[in-house]
Design a protein around this ligand. Structure first.
Ligand SMILES: *Cc1c(COP(=O)(O)O)cnc(C)c1O
Length: 359
């Protein structure tokens, strides 16, 4: 059986080792005689899986006890609403808009709280992270929201804004656990699992517990309250059991491969290979400002639609899949998440060079 190199932005590639382990467990998990998929979420065996996964996340990212680690559903998109619903005490929140998802987050939040856009890179087609040095953060704002890696435009924060103690709320859907992080800078981190850490169906939420509003309007569904999920250990209802199990395996894979420092080193090497090739290319270029380049999603183009289409077609013929850019942006996008191997990136770079030479 042959596998392709999957550069899809999400759902995305998973470590082959993890898939093999899951295959081994498929029919009978640890002698239980059943698949994890068939197991009661209240069973002893599953209790161990979810608790271990949480513990491994805490170890990996150094998350202290004053933060809750939650396994939710509804994607990052539901967090666009849950964050303002649960965190807006003063009723105002400031947003930095660096792309499609950041704008979606701000628009959704505006249905629940007073949103102010305090910086944007829309004026330059989202080709950069805007200047963060003089953000007009409002006094008493409940939080500052940012989208830490812009999956579609291929930009990423390499430093966090100074907020004078106002907590950051960060959408890390496409960069979570790709590099070390200082959790104390954040009030809330959320991420759909399907890009960098697991399968679709799970949304990881890490939230500082003291920031959560205790009194919420009675019509807020219990499912949309962080405190519901904290009290029940993410077991208010059936959690996405299999997605949590696979994510747990990915956490163990990260831990035995040097943790987040190891991940960062590999991710920098991989992205470096592709950006170097782009910088040397006479045909392809990255539209992203150098200091804002994403290590996860690398956007590039020849500037000519037909050439880009040829390139994508040729890539697929070689088993280099999922490199078509986002539908509104065009061009190419190679997603080099944690699970993408260096070999995969080398194959892409080598094809790029061949393609350019053949023209
Ligand atoms: C994919 C993505 C989303 C949307 O995630 P869903 O889990 O599909 O809701 C939000 N933010 C970012 C940064 C993304 O990459």
């Amino acid at each position: 059986m042959s596998r392709v190199f999957n550069f899809s932005a999400g759902p995305a590639c998973l470590p082959e080792e993890v898939l093999r382990e899951a295959a081994e467990d498929m029919l009978s998990f640890k002698g239980s005689g059943m698949s994890v998929m068939e197991m009661s979420h209240r069973s002893l065996a599953y209790d161990q899986i979810i608790k271990e996964t949480e513990q491994d996340i805490r170890t990996l990212a150094n998350i202290p006890d004053d933060y809750a680690v939650l396994f939710l559903q509804g994607g990052a998109t539901l967090q666009f609403a849950m964050a303002p619903i649960n965190l807006s005490k003063s009723g105002k929140a400031d947003y930095i808009t660096t792309g499609h998802w950041a704008q979606k987050a701000a628009a959704e939040a505006a249905r629940y709280t007073d949103v102010k856009e305090i910086a944007s890179s829309e004026g330059t087609q989202f080709d950069r992270i805007p200047d963060l040095s003089k953000l007009p953060i409002r006094e008493g704002a409940d939080y500052v929201h940012l989208c830490e890696n812009n999956t579609i435009y291929g930009t990423q924060y390499h430093t966090l804004p100074e907020t004078g103690g106002i907590p950051l709320v960060s959408d890390q859907s496409s960069c979570v656990f790709s590099r070390p992080l200082d959790i104390t800078r954040y009030g809330l981190i959320y991420a759909g699992a399907q890009k960098n850490i697991g399968p679709a169906g799970l949304t990881l939420v890490i939230v500082r517990k003291d920031l959560i509003k205790a009194e919420l309007d009675h019509y807020v569904p219990l499912m949309l309250r962080y405190d519901t999920h904290i009290k029940s250990g993410s077991m208010h209802n059936t959690p996405p059991t299999y997605a949590i199990y696979i994510t747990g395996k990915v956490m163990k894979w990260l831990l035995r491969n040097g943790g987040l420092n190891g991940a960062q080193k590999r991710n920098e090497e991989k992205a470096g290979l592709l950006y170097d090739a782009l910088d040397r290319s006479q045909l392809f270029y990255s539209p992203v400002k150098k200091d804002s380049r994403s290590l996860m999603n690398i956007v590039f183009t020849s500037g000519d639609e037909a050439t880009d289409a040829d390139f994508i077609k040729g890539a697929e013929a070689l088993g280099l899949m999922g490199i078509k850019g986002y539908r509104t942006v065009g061009g190419m996008r190679a997603s080099l998440y944690n699970a993408m191997t260096r070999t995969g990136v080398e194959a892409l770079v080598s094809y790029m060079k061949d393609f350019e030479r053949s023209r």
